[in-house]
Design a binder for this molecule. Structure first.
Ligand code: ZN
Length: 411
């Protein structure tokens, strides 16, 4: 992503005093003279900041201001051991509210709206982020938090909630309850602001249809403010990121080299204005791409695409990085395939062999045509040609849990 002149000046200004303010970065970047960072290329040579670095700074080692300027902390739980604690100054809290309010505005939400907030409150950033933005916008915040479906639906009806803030899984649960109880006509919901995680088109359509609302994906993570650093617009073509607060890069997850706009890789974020815990080149492990060009909505803020997964899901064959979600897309758009498939990766005499098995009703010549088409689409989307083999319906194993579809026997 081309750094704008405004961003470059924010970055150099930030770096000029970073080591004085932040003992964490004084140590981490001790070998680097930050005064030498004058261009985007210089910036791209700075080392990444990893989640493990943040964990090692527990509890307040990330603080870049004196304790009396910290007005709040948030924490990302993390599945393993030590949590990460992020300190916020009043400016950080205000800036977060500004960004979240912009998200609501991007989604066409106004002060007339009543925002039903179901994400959790507490150490986690989710609920309170929705609330801050709502209050700054001047809308009515209804701070429900998660759980207690009966109460959710009663309040939704009695208060005439017009906007639902939720995770995709909780939105689906509510949508199903509302359908089952047949109470949709008694509700006034018109929009959904849904925390972005990787979720399928099918789930999105179900929520939209059951609730009769328009859905916007919101992006963010606790380490960088929280949800609200970006959102999708009416074009629903990726999420705009507030680039005056956050600088985005997409890098090759293996080499760390910056990728050209349009290519899928790992999202790396740098805060441009954060005081409490500034982060430089923070690796999110989220996989996405920067969408080139300007959005039809007219917003000048750059866009990232819907997340395709996490870097841990990635596999590499013949020098190409691939992600399960991309394979799934190829299966979906090839005529004649069913939803079931398997990817086998082997190494035979030093050569990677990539095979895609898929179930199909087709036989004979039609099946061969389908195999060819799949291989062509695969090559176009992922960069290498697999051996595509159609098999009869029911041939591939199913499992009640999440079905394993990628089998890599090389290691
Ligand atoms: Zn747009």
């Amino acid at each position: 992503m081309q750094m704008t002149p405004e961003q470059l000046s924010l970055v150099t200004e930030e770096l000029a005093t970073l080591k004085e303010r932040s003992p964490f970065y004084a140590e981490k970047l001790s070998a680097v003279d930050l005064g030498d960072v004058k261009t985007q290329a210089d910036f791209e040579k700075l080392p990444f900041t990893e989640k493990a670095d943040l964990r090692a700074a527990y509890p307040l080692g990330l603080a870049a201001v004196p304790a009396e300027r910290i007005v709040r902390i948030h924490s990302s739980s993390g599945t393993t051991g030590t949590p990460v604690i992020i300190p916020y100054t009043q400016k950080d809290v205000n800036d977060w509210a500004i960004q979240f309010a912009r998200c609501y505005e991007m989604a066409g939400i106004t002060r007339e709206d009543r925002i039903h907030i179901t994400p959790g409150y507490g150490l986690w950033t989710a609920g309170i982020g929705f609330q801050l933005g709502a209050e700054l916008l001047g809308a009515m915040a209804i701070p429900m938090g998660p759980g207690n479906t009966d109460k959710q639906l009663k309040m939704m009806e009695d208060l005439g909630s017009t906007v639902l803030g939720a995770t995709s899984s909780y939105a689906l649960l509510l949508a199903e309850e509302i359908a089952e109880r047949g109470i949709r006509d008694r509700l006034r919901l018109r929009k959904g602001v849904i925390g972005s995680e990787r979720w399928g088109e099918k789930m999105r359509n179900r929520i939209q249809n059951e609730l009769g609302i328009q859905i916007y994906d919101i992006y963010g993570l606790t380490e960088i403010y929280g949800p609200g650093i970006g959102i999708s617009c009416d074009e629903h073509a990726g999420m705009h990121i507030w680039d005056d607060y956050v600088y985005i890069e997409v890098v090759d997850p293996d080499s760390g080299a910056p990728l050209p706009d349009g290519e899928v890789g790992e999202l790396v974020l740098t805060t441009l204005q954060k005081e409490g815990a500034p982060l430089i080149r923070y690796r999110t492990h989220d996989l996405t791409r920067i969408i080139p060009g300007t959005c039809a909505c007219g917003s000048r803020h750059p866009r990232i695409d819907t997340l395709v997964g996490r870097t841990d899901d990635m596999f590499k064959v013949k020098g190409c990085n691939m992600f399960p979600a991309q394979v799934e897309e190829v299966i979906k758009i090839t005529n004649g395939t069913s939803s079931e498939y398997q990817v086998m990766i082997e190494n035979i005499s030093g050569k990677d062999i990539l095979t895609v098995l898929f179930e199909t009703e087709l036989v004979g010549e039609e099946k061969s045509r389908c195999e060819e088409e799949l291989a062509t689409i695969f090559k176009a989307k992922l960069g290498c040609t697999p051996d595509a083999k159609g098999v009869p319906l029911g041939e591939l194993p199913r499992s009640e849990k999440k079905t394993k579809r990628i089998f890599d026997s090389r290691y």
